[in-house]
Design a protein around this ligand. Structure first.
Ligand SMILES: C[S@@+](CC[C@H](N)C(=O)[O-])C[C@H]1O[C@@H](n2cnc3c(N)ncnc32)[C@H](O)[C@@H]1O
Length: 241
């Protein structure tokens, strides 16, 4: 299917914690055992921060949308739900995840959106307005950093240089003992990033080790991929691209 020529609006999606775990190959137990805070960038209108806190995991979400009041973000998320409903009809090979019925999948987004709206109003300090490739966090702040559905999903917004700068920035704010996980490695039409090897080479030049972690997708066992990044030299800071 041909991709649209215009620059897309970035959807403010509202995934629940269990969908995050399935997409990043994580478990609730692993999140509960993290030795430090988790960064979700972009956070969108996800339920992750609220749900993971229940496990004892401290989540900071970062997203430019948080410059807006929570009800306005929730309205954007409601619009994203409509876009997802349309995408499921147009691209059933991509959405919803295997084994999920469209209705129940969208209801899981509704629950996550409600959790986000309540949590971001009650705990605004957990939701930081920020725009990659620059983040307002000190070096080594997070034990785990997740970045979903932005850097590879919107190639019109993140070309190779901006992708590299954003990935380096995500590594900078992550503890050398921790890691950065990024997915998907394809755009909204399922097209794989063609310059991934060049990107990984450029990361390597900045002493950032990268690995494409492959794992069976829950539901149908097809392979999913997550890019995992770690600062290779624990003493090598000054990572800004
Ligand atoms: C498709 S959502 C992804 C949210 C979440 N990570 C998920 O997987 O559902 C994309 C988000 O990226 C945010 N965004 C757009 N440009 C950004 C930038 N330069 N830096 C960080 N976030 C950005 C949007 O506001 C939107 O909430």
């Amino acid at each position: 299917m041909a991709a649209p020529a215009r620059t897309p609006d970035v959807l403010v999606t509202s995934r629940p914690l269990d969908e995050y775990c399935a997409l990043f190959d994580l478990t609730r137990a692993r999140l509960a055992a993290l030795p430090g805070p988790l960064l979700d960038c972009p956070g969108g209108a996800a339920g992750l921060a609220a749900e993971a806190r229940e496990l004892g995991c401290r989540v900071v979400a970062a997203d430019p949308a948080y410059a807006l009041p929570p009800p306005v973000v929730a309205a954007h998320a409601l619009a994203a739900r409509s876009s997802m409903a349309a995408a499921m009809a147009e691209r059933p090979y991509l959405y919803p995840p295997p084994g999920r019925r469209p209705g129940s999948y969208l209801r899981s987004w509704d629950r996550a959106r409600r959790l986000f709206t309540a949590d971001s109003a009650a705990h605004p300090q957990r939701y930081v307005a920020a725009l990659l490739p620059r983040l307002p966090f000190a070096d080594d702040t997070f034990a785990l950093t997740l970045s979903g559905y932005l850097l590879f999903a919107y190639p019109e917004l993140f070309g190779p240089e901006r992708q590299l700068a954003a990935l380096v920035e995500l590594v900078r704010v992550t503890s050398p003992e921790g890691e950065v996980r990024v997915q998907p490695l394809h755009d909204g039409y399922g097209r794989h990033c063609r310059h991934l090897d060049a990107l990984r080479y450029a990361l390597g030049e900045r002493r950032i080790a990268s690995e494409v972690h492959r794992f069976p997708r829950p539901g149908d066992g097809r392979t999913r991929q997550v890019l995992v990044l770690r600062a290779a030299d624990h003493r090598a800071r000054g990572l800004r691209a």
